[in-house]
Design a protein around this ligand. Sequence first.
Ligand code: ATP
Ligand code: MG
Length: 319
Amino acid sequence: MNASDLLVVENLKKSYKVRDKTGRRMLIKAVDGVSLAVLRGETLGLVGESGCGKSTFGRTILRLTEPDSGRIIYDGADITRADMRPYRRRMQIVFQDPYGSLDPRSRVYNIVEEGLRANFPKYSADRLREIVMELLESVGLEASHAYRYPHEFSGGQQQRIGIARAIAVEPEFIVCDEPVSALDVSYQAQIISLLKRLQDTLSLTYLFISHDLSVVRYISDRIGVMYLGKLIELGTSEEVTLYPAHQYTKALLHAVPAADPRAGRAKVYKLTDDIEDLSIPEKGCRYCRLCEKAAPVCFEEEPILREVAPGHSCACHIL
Ligand SMILES: Nc1ncnc2c1ncn2[C@@H]1O[C@H](COP(=O)(O)OP(=O)(O)OP(=O)(O)O)[C@@H](O)[C@H]1O
Ligand SMILES: [Mg+2]
């Protein structure tokens, strides 16, 4: 662990016991041995298709979901099995569905004040009011909004409320789990720039989860790419988007709609091809069935993440 590491995750695993269509028990390896570090003050983007384990990873490092194995080290302390009470304030989450994450029966004021009151019991009612109003202003809401209910707001404004609630308790680290995916495009850029501004003024560290590489590449310092529970590439945003090493990352990049609207979505890559069964192969690389460069070794041995350029790693045999 380096002084610059805020969070270190080692070989984290989390699986879910479910039943398949025929009622048979099966195990979904949602996160299957992910190791990475999040540096203080950075935004680490985490991308990958739906179901690859991004949210499970985000929730598990916050211990909202319990890990099966591996280690989670936060600010030098092993929190894998620790009592999370001292850490809850410091580690927050902003959810994809802003409305669903806000109590519909609470006024905005109470939603934002709740965590403040719990964590700073010495504050007077006047001081709390002052802070809530400052928070609302800092996320672009008006004082008059404080006494309204969540349903009276647009999706973008609801997300601002969720962000105000998260930053109210002065966290250091926020998992942003698809914070703009549910919003109209016109709101997405506003929320992203709000998150960026807050990061600068409050010295926040973000894990920014999204299935959309075009969003992640804009906000992130570094990007990690997940595929079927594994981290398959990690590097600076520039390296990963300009010089992607993994064939899957290349496919994801092609799937990003071109800036030119005339290109349309017709060019979107089919990431999963005709393989309906996206279960994890028994051996070899998880992407071997779809990889046009796959060699015999890819069907036999699982590749491990290794450095391909300074600060840029990839799990692939054929580089
Ligand atoms: N509570 C749960 N019980 C059973 N299976 C689950 C649970 N949560 C997630 N899964 C399964 O684990 C896998 C990873 O899910 P996860 O939500 O972490 O993916 P994701 O990358 O966040 O996807 P999305 O982009 O759709 O949000 C999926 O196959 C999902 O169905
Ligand atoms: Mg998710």
